[in-house]
Design a protein around this ligand. Sequence first.
Ligand SMILES: Nc1ncnc2c1ncn2[C@@H]1O[C@H](COP(=O)(O)OP(=O)(O)OP(=O)(O)O)[C@@H](O)[C@H]1O
Ligand SMILES: CCCC(=O)O
Length: 354
Amino acid sequence: MLILAINPGSTSTKVAVYHNEDCLWKEVINHPDQDIRNFAKITDQYPYRLATILSVLQQKGYQLEQFNAIVGRGGLLNPIPGGTYLVDEYLVNQSYNAPGGEHASNLGAILAYHLAKSVNIPSYIVDPVAVDEMAPVARLSGLPELPRRSRSHALNAKAVARKVARKLGKAYEDVNLIIAHLGGGISVTPHHRGRMIDVNDANCEGPFSPERSGTLPTADLIKLCYSGKYTEQEMLTKVLKEAGLYAYLGTKDVREIEKRMSEGDTEAKLALEAMCYQVAKEIGAMSTALFGIVDGIVLTGGLAHSSFITTEISRRVSFIAPVTVVPGEEEMEALALGALRVLRKVEEAKTYRA
Ligand SMILES: Nc1ncnc2c1ncn2[C@@H]1O[C@H](COP(=O)(O)OP(=O)(O)OP(=O)(O)O)[C@@H](O)[C@H]1O
Ligand SMILES: CCCC(=O)O
C-alpha cells in the first residue's frame, strides 16, 4: 500500500510517503511568517498549502494516482473517541468551521479529502486533536457552564503509548501509562488500558508551556480581562501565544534558554525549572486518575530533547513509575499506520457525525 500523509502545523506542513510501514521520504515545508500572516482564517490557507504539497510531490516524481489513500491530521472537531475516521463531505464542512476553534490541523482533513477525491481514493484522519475519551468524573470543572475539554496531542500520545506498551511486551489496551507531550503546547494524559481518561486541555489548563499560560489564578484573570487594557482577542493571544516561557524570557526556544542558563542567567533557569515543576505536578495529579497503578511515564515532544528538562521532571516523578524519554514526535508514522490498519481491514474506519 502506498500512503500519502499530510500534517499541517502552525508554521509548517509535513508531508511523507509510506510504503506499508516504511517511510520512503518525509519533507518539512516551512511557511515564512510573511506568507501566512495575512490569511484571516487558517482554512483560508488551503490553496497555498495545497500548492506547496503538489509542488513537493512533483519534485519527488509522484502522481496522486499512485496512492492507495491519503491521510491528514484531524483538527478541532466535536469531541470524538480516538481512531481512524473516513473523511467525507460532512467532516470537511465541519473542519472549515471547526467547532473547537482555529487550529492548523483543521486543514488536514480538507487537504486530504480534496487531493484524494481528485483521483477517487479514500482519505482519512487519525486521532485528531479533538479526541475525547475522558471519564465522566473528569469532565466537571466546578462551574457547570464550563465543562472541562479534551484538546491534546492525541496523535503522538497514542502512537508513543503503543510503542512503549510494545516495549513492555504488552498491548496498548493492557497497560496504564502517563504520556506527557512537551511541545509548544503541553498535554499530560493518563492512558487507562487504551483510553485517555483525562487530560489537561493543552490550550488552557495544566502546566505553562513555551508559549501558553496553562492554568491561571481565576479571579485575577477575570480582573485582567475587565481591566479595560485588553480586547478579548488580545487576551486570547496573550494566554495562548505570548505566555509561558515567552512571557518570562522573550523566547519560546528552549535551546536559546539553555544557552542563557549556561552563561549564568538565573531568570532563565528559574523559568525552565518552574515549567518542569508544573509538568511534574500534573503527572502526579494524573497518577491519581489511574489509582496509582502506572506501568510507565513517558516524556515526548520537542522539549524531551532537552536533558535538563527530562532530568528535572524525572527526579520528581520517578517514584511513581519508570520514566521513558521519546524525544520529538511520531505523528507522520502514526497517520500512515492508522490508514494502513483500515486499508488492511484490521480496523474499521469510523464515520464522524458528532
Ligand atoms: N534539541 C532540543 N533541545 C531543547 N529544546 C528543543 C530541542 N528541539 C526542540 N526543542 C524545543 O521544543 C519546543 C518545540 O517543540 P515541538 O517541536 O514539539 O513543538 P510544536 O510541534 O511547535 O508544538 P506541539 O508539540 O505543541 O504541536 C521549542 O521550545 C523548541 O525550542
Ligand atoms: C491543542 C492541542 C494541540 C496543540 O498544542 O497544538
